[in-house]
Design a protein around this ligand. Structure first.
Ligand SMILES: *Cc1c(COP(=O)(O)O)cnc(C)c1O
Length: 394
């Protein structure tokens, strides 16, 4: 968008797209094409040589996808964006691009399960080692840095414990050593948290979650400096090939238009449900970034706009109690994933985090009686009524 930068709520709707260039079409057209024709052999030569801009082949670029990439770059306050066929395609393209054999990575002490799996594979194949840290102080972080440390990789809020990492603290240390900081911003979306503004270098999203928002697409996004995004598009994206389809890019463009409206409602509902859960006798603990009892509340206030739509809580009892709760729900859905219109509930110890060994899970705070709730867009009274009747039966 030219001239003055528009507000976030305007950018989600207009950024990166000019109807005049597309025959006035209000909705961006879906360019469902694999390849693009050249008028002459010489034009093809110039396109491949990079002397003339224009499309060549849809793995290397597509106009519908381009709109999405420009939009997400603006929303995350970055120079450029790149879209992928899944969040994991984005995570793997970034981590492989930033590392070589025998390097070292420092990660937040909670990670998405498949990211953990990717790091395990990179250790086994390329001897790339990983240290996990809660990053509670600059000293703790400095102590882990080695000459071969290539990346600091952070998720905040940490799934499913909802603890937070102070991004400003991390970037201050990283800058002393010139190490790039990558943030998986899936749980917050750019509406609630903008890591690049806090000095981080690269943001990744599983767009499957809040950005898509309707449970109907798997996709990933990356935002960073133009030089980095260009390198990514010409190396790990082009040659590994985890691209997004034009239709899925269009679905994300549609989802993005309502991101601020949806997220405000997710947060409103989550705050209400947190209050109810905290007062229920069968609930032992509630974990939510914006809750007064969250030990990281001060970090939340400096780097997040609101607490988001995901809550975790522990029921009194054991694993079977947690499973009973899920089984007694009425219209609320038992499913992994998050950020959809439907409220989704899952049991991390046996689902999303089942591949983590029991004792490591305990250290991470993922007990057998912990439940994760992605609060949807339904009336909060209905969400609570269903949860309450299931809790009352325990
Ligand atoms: C879902 C998720 C991913 C993986 O994204 P996919 O789109 O499922 O490939 C990565 N990070 C976080 C935090 C997630 O929630």
């Amino acid at each position: 968008m030219t001239q003055k930068q528009k507000h976030f709520e305007t950018a989600v709707i207009h950024e990166g797209y000019d109807t005049k260039e597309m025959l006035g079409s209000l909705s961006p057209p879906i360019f469902q094409t694999s390849t693009y024709t050249f008028e002459t052999a010489e034009q093809g030569e110039r396109r491949f040589a990079g002397e003339e801009s224009g499309y060549i082949y849809s793995r290397l670029g597509n106009p519908t996808v381009r709109v999405l990439e420009e939009r997400i770059a603006t929303l995350e306050k970055g120079e450029a964006g790149l879209a992928f066929g899944s969040g994991m395609a984005a995570v793997s393209a970034v981590l492989i691009a930033l590392t070589k054999a025998n390097d070292h990575i420092i990660c937040s002490s909670g990670l998405y399960g498949c990211t953990f799996g990717l790091l395990t594979m990179m250790r086994e194949k390329y001897n790339i080692t990983t240290d996990f840290s809660e990053m509670k102080s600059k000293e703790a972080l400095r102590n882990l840095i080695r000459p071969e440390t290539a990346v600091i990789y952070v998720e905040t809020p940490i799934n499913p414990t909802m603890r937070l990492i102070d991004l400003q603290r991390v970037t201050e240390v990283a800058k002393e050593y010139d190490i790039p900081v990558v943030v998986d911003n899936t749980f917050s979306s750019p509406y609630l948290q903008q890591p690049l503004e806090l000095g981080c270098d690269i943001v990744i999203h599983s767009a499957t979650k809040y950005i898509g928002g309707h449970g109907d697409v798997i996709a990933g996004l990356v935002v960073g400096k133009k030089s980095f995004i260009d390198m990514l598009s010409q190396t790990t994206q082009k040659d590994i090939g985890g691209i997004i389809s034009p239709f899925d890019a269009w679905l994300l463009l549609r989802g993005l238009k309502t991101l601020p409206v949806r997220l405000d409602r997710h947060c409103d509902n989550a705050e209400k449900i947190v209050n109810q859960l905290k007062n229920h006798p069968k609930v032992a603990h509630v974990y939510y970034p914006a809750d007064d009892d969250n030990p990281d509340l001060s970090i939340m206030k400096t780097q997040m706009k609101r607490g988001g739509g995901v809550i975790s809580f522990e029921v009194e009892g054991d694993k079977s109690r947690a499973q009973q709760l899920l089984n007694r729900l009425g219209f609320l859905k038992i499913a992994v994933s998050l950020g959809d219109a439907e409220t989704l509930i899952e049991h991390p110890a046996t689902m999303t985090h089942a591949s983590i060994p029991f004792d490591v899970r305990q250290q991470m705070g993922i007990t057998d009686q912990l439940i994760r709730l992605s609060v949807g867009l339904e009336a909060w009274e209905d969400i609570w009524a269903d949860l309450e009747q299931a809790l009352d039966q325990l």
